[in-house]
Write a protein that binds this ligand. Structure first.
Ligand code: CUA
Length: 152
């Protein structure tokens, strides 16, 4: 015989789990957010770079360190799909793109991956949202969609 209080706790827990699952499915389906995944660590991910796969597909290897992201400026055309591979060279940093529901951590020895579509032209700020020391508030980068790259 299950105690009445235990039954209540079980039912409420079940409801809470269903709400969480609904939120994940809603974010993936309706808001088209990608669920971040972990990629096995490899030293090549610590080299910041942008790979162009084709005209609308890019890979960005973003490296966080005190107190900057590299690359700091990412120029892509509107309609692009970008796979971000994020890691840190020192402490734990954050990797946050408010307009795109991207909220990840950048950790030493670990790679986090997410995919983002940039349909609208504009400048999307990448900010560090994990306190990482005295330069934390200035730590940011930009995804610049549909503006020409400045000529050297
Ligand atoms: Cu890096 Cu805060």
């Amino acid at each position: 015989m299950i105690d009445k209080f235990e039954t209540k706790v079980l039912v409420l827990t079940g409801i809470a789990i269903m709400v969480f699952i609904f939120c994940i499915l809603y974010a993936m389906g309706h808001r088209k957010s990608d669920v971040p995944e972990c990629v096995p660590f490899d030293k090549s991910y610590t080299r910041p770079r942008i790979n162009k796969i084709d005209d609308s597909t890019y890979q960005v290897f973003s490296v966080a360190r005190m107190w900057a992201f590299e690359p700091a400026e990412i120029y892509i055309p509107a309609g692009s799909r970008v796979d971000f591979y994020v890691t840190s060279l020192d402490v734990v940093h954050g990797f946050y793109i408010a307009e795109k529901d991207v909220n990840m951590m950048a950790e030493y020895g670990s790679i986090t991956k997410t995919t983002v579509r940039f349909e609208q032209p504009g400048v999307y700020k990448i900010t560090c949202h994990e306190y990482c020391g005295t330069g934390h508030q200035a730590m940011q980068a930009e995804v610049i969609v549909n503006f020409l790259h400045p000529q050297p």
